[in-house]
Design a protein around this ligand. Structure first.
Ligand code: ZN
Length: 471
């Protein structure tokens, strides 16, 4: 089905140039506004939203620009400075939106003022999809709340990307959300301010430089419990919130004593979600109600939280064009969160060796077949130090960065033993720069004659028997 749709959408677009890149967004959205009638909608339409987005381009070279929104939305106006911009909109088959229908809008760039800024006003509905799987739970509903993800899922702000183009990072300067007074809203990044009036609640978020696929938006009638930089947005069961806070505290203490001793000021938001809403979007982690209620028994959500949490504790300052950038940016987090879980959970709840054996098995299978668990083709394997910074997205979560990188870091642990490994980690995360020689010297202090193995792990794609996990 997916393949046919891609072929169709390529036909629909025809031959077109690459889309122009957006440099910044400011988004203002009002969910279920009372004045829907004024905009030509019936007042009872409780899935209604009204948005206005300011968009800035660093340069505009194309004569015509095209953007996409969710298919039930329509454009109210497009302006640039005092100029009203003419546009054409049509509903198209669009894979990167949960309903499979997108609103495609194109306009001529000649009326964009020299500031290269645009403002797009749009409004309409987001009803649940009947077209795809249950995990497409995205919707806006006055009683349920607002469940929106981002690019590839539910387009609640204009996305200037052709359907086959890859997502990229944009500066999201500010996102303003307005809802009835009993709601609370979470986007991602930093919560600047919340204002609760008699009738309305307004939240101001600053995601900052973020991929368009990480701008989720959730609003429900939440209660919030917070401790330091952690906030739990829940609907029921506040005791469970305390359990999650304890778990996070334990990990933070362990990470700062055994890895890098930082004062972690990154806020983390954990939000209770409807069924299928287990998501991870930058510093926001969604946990569905059934998982939230049984958090003690759920390894998946513990893993997700631990992974998001470990990032700042295992980062070593590194230039984007450095060969170590992919290993440090996503390779280290993909193993050291497991290290954290091994240390704080009982063997009954989490057995790292068992877990790593499963990683090994799946890695070997992926190498043999070139396909992931679901049979989708994987990117071609590269040595770890050959993965460029902008290729991290292709390899994280599915192949080399979680699998080979974690097998490597586990191999070091297995060879050093617990005590030496902890000393090694303390030294490693004192570093404020890294290069191959430094890294090699540090490892050889703990495992003499490891240099051949190190070369195999980092500079080749070989996985010889000698590096396999021993029984
Ligand atoms: Zn990560």
């Amino acid at each position: 089905m997916k393949k046919i749709l891609t072929a169709l959408s390529i036909l629909l677009i025809g031959v077109s140039a690459q889309a122009q890149k957006v440099s910044s967004y400011e988004i203002d959205v009002h969910f279920f506004p009372k004045d829907a009638q004024m905009w030509g909608y019936a007042v009872s339409d409780d899935a209604f939203m009204r948005g206005n987005t300011s968009i800035e381009f660093s340069e505009i070279t194309a004569d015509v620009l095209t953007f996409y929104l969710h298919g039930e939305l329509k454009i109210d106006s497009i302006t640039s400075g005092v100029n009203h911009i003419e546009y054409t909109s049509e509903k198209v088959l669009y894979e990167n939106n949960y309903s499979l229908v997108g609103l495609k809008t194109s306009f001529n760039t000649s009326s964009i003022t020299s500031g290269k800024k645009l403002r797009i006003h749009y409004s309409g509905f987001m009803n649940p999809s009947r077209a795809r799987s249950l995990s497409d739970y995205m919707r806006i509903n006055k009683d349920d709340g607002v469940y929106l993800r981002a690019n590839y899922y539910s387009l609640w702000f204009p996305v200037f990307l052709l359907p086959d183009e890859d997502d990229y990072e944009v500066e999201f300067k500010k996102i303003t959300l307005k809802l009835p007074a009993n709601f609370k809203a979470v986007v991602s990044g930093e919560l600047l301010e919340e204002v609760s009036g008699k009738k309305y609640y307004t939240a101001y978020w600053k995601p900052g430089l973020t991929k368009m696929s990480d701008i989720q938006c959730t609003a429900r009638k939440y209660d919030v419990i917070s401790k330091e930089n952690l906030s739990i947005y829940h609907i029921s069961n506040p005791e469970q919130g305390e359990t999650i806070i304890d778990f996070v505290e334990q990990l933070k203490t362990l990470f700062s004593s055994n890895l890098r001793n930082i004062h972690n000021t990154t806020p983390l938001y954990i939000i209770e979600m409807p069924e299928y809403g287990n998501i991870s979007s930058q510093n926001v982690i969604g946990i569905s109600t059934d998982v939230y209620d049984q958090f003690e028994d759920d390894l998946y959500s513990k893993r997700t939280i631990a992974h998001e949490l470990v990032h700042p504790y295992v980062s070593i300052p590194i230039a984007k064009n450095d060969p170590f950038s992919a290993l440090i940016t996503e390779g280290f987090p993909s193993f050291f969160y497991l290290y954290g879980l091994e240390r704080i959970l009982s063997k009954e709840d989490f057995d790292l060796k068992d877990y790593m054996k499963r990683v090994e098995k799946s890695y070997i299978k992926k190498k043999q077949t070139g396909k992931d668990r679901r049979g989708n083709p994987l990117p071609i394997e590269k040595p770890i130090l050959k993965i460029a910074f902008d290729e991290i997205g292709h390899y994280k979560d599915l192949f080399i960065l979680p699998d080979r990188a974690s097998l490597f870091l586990y191999h070091l642990w297995a060879n050093m033993g617990d005590q030496k490994y902890d000393l090694f980690l303390r030294e490693l995360f004192q570093l404020d720069s890294i290069d191959y020689d430094k890294f090699e010297r540090l490892i050889e202090n703990y495992i003499p004659n490891y240099s051949n193995n190190l070369n195999t792990w980092l500079n080749t794609t070989e996985y010889p028997q000698s590096l396999h996990i021993k029984d």
